[in-house]
Design a binder for this molecule. Structure first.
Ligand code: SF4
Length: 206
């Protein structure tokens, strides 16, 4: 099985599909780079802005960002320093534990994150042009591939609470800290935090 040898690839459907997925990932990288050049941001800086906009508040740290970028602490710190110099983020100690420093978007950073929101819209438009049944089949197939890659440790999936195995809906509706419960961190979850992306998400159906 070979994705890169065209002659070999022609003999294998999985190899041909892998090559197609590789091209799509190249297109996504190109879109990120092109948008970054226009905005004076590197692809890693764009990913950092989107991470800080959507990730669960508890993981908005250098460690959380390093996991998301798949980079070292030193590299991630460099990304955060560059964004701080551009006044797009600020470092802030947690009030309840001042040893933990969180990364927070500034108003300018939030605005910048919003403006790169549509960076993959061309990919989305290409998918939207397919018949709905093909979009659904593509989603099922792509999810199955991602699950396998996740189990092998090649990708970390960030999703919202609602489909997570650890999510306990309305576990304590009167609790002022939040009506829901996260069994992973064993803590209440306010409604507004259930829509953030979390690296500890595990699909309820697995
Ligand atoms: S582990 Fe699951 S329930 Fe807990 S915060 Fe993450 S996504 Fe939500």
């Amino acid at each position: 099985m070979s994705t890169f040898d065209p002659a070999e690839r022609n003999k294998s459907l999985p190899a041909r599909v892998t090559a197609v997925l590789y091209r799509i990932s190249q297109a996504m990288n190109h879109l990120l780079r092109a948008r970054g050049e226009a905005a004076g941001l590197s692809p890693a800086q764009i990913q950092a802005l989107l991470f800080l906009r959507y990730a669960r508040p508890g993981v908005r740290t250098i460690g959380g960002l390093a996991a998301r970028l798949g980079a070292t602490y030193a590299t991630t710190s460099g990304v955060a320093d560059a964004l701080e110099r551009k006044q797009l983020l600020k470092r802030q100690p947690l009030p309840e534990d001042r040893r933990t420093v969180t990364l927070q978007l500034t108003a300018k950073g939030r605005h910048e994150a919003e403006s790169v929101e549509d960076v993959l819209s061309e990919v989305e438009a290409a998918i939207a042009s397919l018949p709905e049944a093909e979009q659904e089949a593509l989603q099922r197939a792509a999810q199955a591939i991602v699950l396998r890659l996740q189990a092998a440790g090649h990708v970390r999936v960030y999703e919202m609470c609602w489909g997570c195995r650890f999510f306990q809906r309305d576990a304590h509706p009167e609790d002022p800290r939040g009506p829901h419960h996260c069994a992973f961190v064993d803590a209440p979850l306010p409604e507004e935090e259930t829509v953030f992306e979390c690296p500890d998400f595990v699909p309820a159906s697995v």
